[in-house]
Design a protein around this ligand. Structure first.
Ligand code: ADP
Ligand code: MG
Length: 314
């Protein structure tokens, strides 16, 4: 693939705020027409990276090329070709839905005729027709988010940067939202989307995990799960807390997560019979349990990518 096949290409991209390195030497290539997921704990640099890619912030070091334009130098050329949905709802709460759409259309210099066509098309696609005269501030989470997506795609951008777009949205609305994203990608748009939802991450073509500004994992979801550097077992037990405490004392246990009366345990990757070893340990302590091997999930990848929960962060 040559450079032009990538919608986004970053090389050594770095942004510091005083003593904090929000984005640390990021090398990232995002192919066109794909949905690319951006994952990482709060404060790991997802939003800052998006701002750098829009040209809203200048890098402290490194550079990025977005749709063939260097940012921030050529950001103005990009303005009409990309859309950025900020983490916080950024439309006007005290304007109606139709007023917001018209405002955005003008900001993107759509002429009268195209404005009319595009607002009609997106109002139909995002089921906003019956909401046109409602104040944006009175919409539900799902409705706001449909309005936000209608607004950000009004000028038919080739690249969308969506920063945690579904964080205040119910599960059905999230599913509908993702159906729309797949349609946009099929029509050729490239989408960079940050999320904390692992079910959404699993739907992306590729993923990047950030931790404290640095890229710690990159790849297709399935490959990342297959490459997990830990073995996983599940334990059904009536004594999850005692079992968890015992596991926590073992140096071959990397992380334990409780789900009701089930524990999900990540173990060192080089163990021969992991389930057997756990059974023995619990048996010696007279803890009743059913132990079984289980395939890795993206949540496991997240835990591994961010240091198995052992690292301290603000
Ligand atoms: N404008 C800013 N001034 C100072 N520090 C900032 C600014 N923006 C972000 N940061 C810091 O940069 C780090 C990354 O933040 P951010 O990109 O918002 O992470 P995320 O979106 O992954 O939660 C955090 O430590 C945050 O406090
Ligand atoms: Mg953020």
């Amino acid at each position: 693939m040559n450079g032009n096949d990538y919608a986004i290409s970053c090389c050594g991209l770095t942004r510091r705020f005083g003593a904090v390195t929000a984005v640390d030497d990021l090398n990232l290539d995002v192919p066109r027409g794909r949905i690319f997921g951006f994952l990482g704990p709060n404060g790991s640099g997802k939003s800052t990276t998006m701002r750098l890619l829009c040209g809203l912030l200048a890098p402290s070091a490194g550079h990025a090329t977005v749709l063939g334009c260097r940012v921030p130098e050529e950001a103005e050329k990009l303005r009409l070709r990309m859309g950025y949905m900020t983490q916080k709802f950024s439309l006007y709460q005290d304007l109606t839905v139709i007023e917001n759409l018209r405002f955005v259309a003008r900001a993107f210099s759509l002429g009268q005729r195209r404005m009319k066509e595009r607002i009609a098309a997106n109002s139909a696609l995002y089921q906003l027709e019956s909401l046109h005269s409602r104040l944006a501030g009175t919409l539900s989470g799902g409705q706001r988010q449909r309005l936000a997506l209608a607004a950000v795609t009004l000028h038919e951008p080739q690249l969308l940067l969506l920063d945690e777009p579904t964080s205040a949205v119910d599960p059905q609305s999230r599913r509908d939202f993702w159906d729309r994203l797949f349609e946009l990608a099929e029509q050729g748009a490239t989408i960079l989307v940050s999320t904390h939802f692992m079910d959404e991450a699993e739907r992306c073509h590729r993923l990047t995990f950030l931790d404290r500004g640095a890229m710690v994992r990159e790849g297709a979801p399935r490959d990342l799960m297959n490459r997990l550097e830990a073995l996983t077992v599940e334990i059904d037990t009536e004594a999850p807390r005692r079992t968890r405490a015992l596991l926590g004392t073992q140096d071959w246990v990397r992380a334990v997560t409780q789900l009701g009366n089930r524990l999900r345990v990540m173990l060192m990757p080089d163990m021969e019979e992991p389930a057997e070893k756990v059974r023995e340990l619990l048996g010696e302590a007279d803890l009743q349990a059913v132990v079984r091997r289980t395939p890795a999930t993206l949540e496991d990848v997240f835990v591994a990518a961010t240091g198995f929960g052992g690292s301290q962060r603000a």
